[in-house]
Design a protein around this ligand. Structure first.
Ligand code: HEM
Length: 557
């Protein structure tokens, strides 16, 4: 009996000890950042279990402050959640935090961290960034891609019209296809046939790059554990698929390299393989190609998806924006980028809510706190965008807040950092913006949108998935509405010159003549139309018939 009670006492003492250990808030020691209570071994991970990490981290920041410490397994991490501290770190301490922590994605998919996103800070990273900026991402280059953006937007508009008005479509898929086509044409000088598999596989890789959702992220030094979670195996499979796709793109491209005056980024990278100044290996070239696609596609398409989702939930803003757009473009044959520059206000959902993690390169001191070498940094832009000290009604979608505001999308005020800041700031911001604005304007100009099956606008599911990029959990399926006279023919309420596959049925011909006024493009006269035929079993026109639709009568009645 006594023995039992002694054992009982020992057990109770043990339980009490563990209990105390678990619930006692750890008092921040002198010179240590505030932090929540922690558990041995896993540190603060339990606070984030079951949360979408950027939301979990923001909740903790509300309690522990805009500069807090989290021990995520063996990774000591600081989280910055206010514009003031973001500014301090991304300016005063920018170079100290210019490294990236090692990740499985960087090691496996980023060709041993030889791409730009995962590369450690240094000369190699600097040179790659410079090449991509010079050859693809600077404002002048981005402007030069305007025609291809226009063409791709226009073909997306026609693809949607061809499906017919009032029929639900997977808009997420349309948008992602459109952005992938723009990025491929800009990067490789032409479209690629592997675009779908490339986009899908890149997305799988991004979904596995959350930063602290896996044993490998929280115990990076315990290599033997990394095989347990299956993440290494999954990433290796993804890498093999990506590598094959990129190999195909490069070998198809190598046979038809552009002349030196019209080189695309891929030409320039391939040229560097033979140069002494910055000799790149095949894997280095592939790593950069992976980056342009991975960093350039999902970010822009996710921004467009969230923007349309917010607009669907807020029909007033949607209507106002459409009215402004339609007024600005009135009488023009196509939407030009200059027409829309001041129209789209930037209530953008930052696609990388915690940016990309950074790592401290040397011990430093911030606000009197000692920060150890190799500490990981998370810039919580999600929390910064919701800081009530800086934003009125931060949870609401109010694009008007940017009208006449000094706050700039490029992060000059640090309240709003969709592209990050400092040395590691997104080098593709100009291209990213252009790839968001024109597609968004086209989708809103040519179509009215509603949810399928009579679902009310406020029922749209806005749940995010966690990964490096916060995508929608569910596909954005919407119903485009447009005045569709010849259902399925691809013709709709446009006034743009285009080459139509004119309907062969005589009744459709009559409808064409009844509803539309036609004219030749560029104010050419009727008698200028060339009437040359080609010879064959049937006598066809030699040149395609380009015509302009006048505003059609339907809308005037
Ligand atoms: C709306 C579109 C885009 C958004 C919102 C966006 C956002 C971001 C963010 C937040 C980062 C991390 C910055 C940091 O760590 O501080 C980043 C990095 C990066 N982005 Fe973008 N991005 C976009 C489009 C693009 C495009 C079109 C490209 C290229 C084709 C691109 C290439 C990159 C690269 C290479 C990095 C890594 C930079 C480095 O580590 O030095 N991004 N982007």
């Amino acid at each position: 009996m006594e023995a039992i009670s002694v054992i009982g006492f020992a057990i109770a003492l043990f339980i009490f000890f563990i209990f105390k250990l678990l619930i006692t808030p750890s008092k921040p020691k002198k010179n240590q950042l505030p932090e929540p209570w922690r558990i041995p071994i896993i540190g603060h991970m339990h606070h984030l279990i079951g949360t979408i990490p950027h939301r979990g981290v923001t909740e903790l920041a509300r309690k522990y402050g805009p500069l807090m410490h989290l021990q995520l397994g063996e990774v000591s991490t600081i989280v910055v959640s206010s514009p003031r501290w973001a500014k301090e770190i991304l300016t005063t301490h920018d170079i100290t935090f210019a490294d990236r922590p090692e990740t499985l994605t960087g090691e496996i998919v980023g060709y041993h961290n030889t791409d730009i996103v995962f590369a450690p800070y240094g000369e190699y990273w600097r040179q790659l960034r410079k090449i991509c900026t010079l050859e693809l991402l600077n404002t002048k280059k981005v402007k030069s891609f305007q025609t291809l953006r226009n063409e791709e937007c226009w073909s997306t508009v026609n693809e949607i019209k061809a499906l017919g008005s009032g029929k639900p479509i997977d808009l997420s898929k349309c948008i992602s296809k459109l952005i992938a086509r723009i990025i491929s044409r800009a990067t490789f000088g032409k479209g690629i046939k592997e675009e779908r598999v490339f986009t899908e596989t890149v997305r799988e890789a991004i979904e596995l790059t959350g930063g602290f959702d896996d044993i490998a992220d929280i115990f990076p030094s315990k290599k033997f554990l990394h095989h347990l979670s299956g993440k290494r195996a999954k990433l290796t499979k993804i890498q093999k698929k990506l590598d094959k796709v990129i190999d195909n793109i490069i070998s198809n491209h190598s046979g038809s390299r552009s002349s030196s005056s019209r080189e695309c980024l891929l030409d320039v990278l391939l040229r560097h393989k033979d140069e002494a100044e910055l000799p790149l290996t095949s894997d280095n070239v592939k790593a950069v190609i992976f980056d342009m696609f991975a960093a350039g596609t999902d970010t822009s398409s996710v921004v467009i998806e969230w923007a349309i989702s917010e607009l669907i939930r807020c029909p007033r803003v949607m209507k106002e924006l459409q009215a402004k757009l339609r007024e600005a473009v009135k009488g023009k044959e196509r939407i030009e980028e200059e027409d829309i520059q001041d129209l789209i206000n930037y209530e953008v959902t930052p696609p990388l809510p915690l940016l990309m993690p950074r790592e401290c390169r040397e011990p430093c001191e911030i606000n009197g706190y000692n920060i150890a070498n190799k500490t990981k940094l998370l810039v919580n832009v999600f929390g910064i965008n919701r800081d009530p000290e800086y934003w009125k009604d931060p949870e609401s979608f109010i694009p008007e807040r940017f009208e006449n505001s000094p706050i700039n999308i490029m992060g000059s005020e640090y309240e709003y950092l969709p592209f990050g800041g400092g040395r590691r700031m997104c080098p593709g911001a100009s291209m990213g913006l252009a790839n968001v604005e024109l597609p968004l304007a086209n989708l809103l100009y040519y179509f009215d949108w509603k949810l399928p099956n009579g679902t009310s606008h406020d029922e749209l599911d806005m749940t995010e998935l966690f990964g490096a990029v916060a995508q929608r959990k569910t596909k954005l399926v919407l119903v485009p509405m447009f005045q569709d006279i010849m259902d399925g023919s691809g013709l709709g309420s446009n006034k743009n010159p285009a080459t139509w596959e004119l309907p062969s049925r005589i009744d459709n011909w009559l409808i064409c003549c009844y509803y539309f006024d036609w004219k030749l493009p560029n104010d050419s006269k009727g008698e200028d139309l060339d009437m040359v035929e080609v010879f064959g079993a049937s006598v066809q026109r030699k040149n395609e018939l380009h015509m302009v639709l006048e505003p059609y009568r339907f809308s005037q009645n």
